[in-house]
Design a protein around this ligand. Structure first.
Ligand SMILES: Cc1cc2nc3c(=O)[nH]c(=O)nc-3n(C[C@H](O)[C@H](O)[C@H](O)COP(=O)(O)OP(=O)(O)OC[C@H]3O[C@@H](n4cnc5c(N)ncnc54)[C@H](O)[C@@H]3O)c2cc1C
Length: 266
């Protein structure tokens, strides 16, 4: 680990000012991704600006028929929240599948969405539900936010404040987890929304993506059978020591059927 200074921000404003004055500073939320990155000497920030305990980034509430979750909300809080379980049960379910108890106790929704790991779970829910990412500067629609592997629309000085999820009519998530880390080898989030059916795939490709062919099929028939014969192209998927791209393509098809079957039961 390279040397850095630790700063505990007292407010969102102070965090923003600090970032503006120190171009090599980095935000620290749960540290579940950032600390291992520093340990591996893959980043060399001058300062870590701790925003994990800021009250402005806390809280889960229903506002105008939408579910707002503060960026510093930890995975276990989302998984255990009665508000989330009632409003979007699939989101609470997804949060409970993340990593292990240690990761869920420290990792935050804002950190996960900012990091945009291609195998992370939350990006599937944010894109699948057509959520908005609210930052210190603007509101970014999910369709514009995710820009490929670890890439987002955020500028380096921008802080995620909360994620706002429109309530779906029905939604479900199915994931095939990597047995060691829990990260998605493939995860599929399906939501029936006021604007139509949305299907978001994580874990399989270089970044979370929508599977439009499945959306069209499920729009007329919300069932696992509607996806028979459909498959994502393996060509654009990830291949690594854990799985070939053809195996991942098959996992996507299977997870999509499982999620569709779950929705059909509701
Ligand atoms: C063993 C292990 C298993 C895991 N398994 C899974 C899994 O199954 N599924 C899954 O989805 N994830 C998994 N994770 C990742 C985990 O969910 C992390 O918590 C998450 O990716 C990052 O959240 P964090 O709060 O720890 O962020 P940090 O590590 O503190 O920060 C991550 C990045 O986001 C930036 N950042 C943090 N907060 C903000 C903000 N509010 N605004 C702007 N930028 C911000 C930081 O500067 C940093 O660049 C796993 C991690 C580990 C270590």
């Amino acid at each position: 680990m390279y040397q850095f200074s630790y700063v505990k921000a007292k407010s969102l404003k102070e965090a923003g000012e600090f970032l503006a004055a120190h171009p090599d500073a980095k935000l620290l939320a749960g540290g579940m991704t950032l600390i291992p990155t520093l340990k591996a000497r893959l980043a060399q920030p001058s300062h870590l600006v701790d925003i994990g305990g800021l009250p402005e980034l806390a809280g889960i509430e229903l506002m105008d028929g939408k579910l707002a979750i503060g960026a510093a909300t930890r995975h276990f809080e989302v998984a255990g929240s009665d508000t989330v379980k009632k409003a979007i049960p699939a989101l609470a379910y997804l949060a409970d599948l993340i990593g292990d108890p240690q990761v869920r106790n420290l990792g935050t929704i804002g950190g996960s969405v900012a990091n945009n790991d291609p195998a992370a779970d939350y990006p599937a829910a944010v894109l699948g539900l057509g959520a908005s990412v609210i930052t210190t500067q603007r509101e970014i629609a999910a369709d514009d936010y995710f820009q490929g592997m670890f890439a987002t629309a955020l500028d380096p000085r921008e802080v995620i404040v909360r994620i706002v999820f429109p309530l779906p009519k029905r939604a479900a998530y199915a994931k095939f987890p990597h047995p060691a880390s829990g990260y998605a080898m493939a995860g599929v989030f399906i939501a029936e929304t006021a604007q139509g059916v949305r299907v978001a795939v994580t874990g399989a490709g270089p970044g979370v993506f929508r599977w439009q062919e499945a959306e069209a099929a499920l729009a007329t028939n919300m069932s696992a059978a509607a996806l028979d014969g459909l498959a994502v192209s393996a060509e654009d998927l990830n291949e690594d020591i854990h799985a070939t791209r053809e195996y991942r393509a098959n996992l996507v098809a299977v997870m999509a059927r499982r999620a569709a079957a779950k929705i059909a039961e509701k």
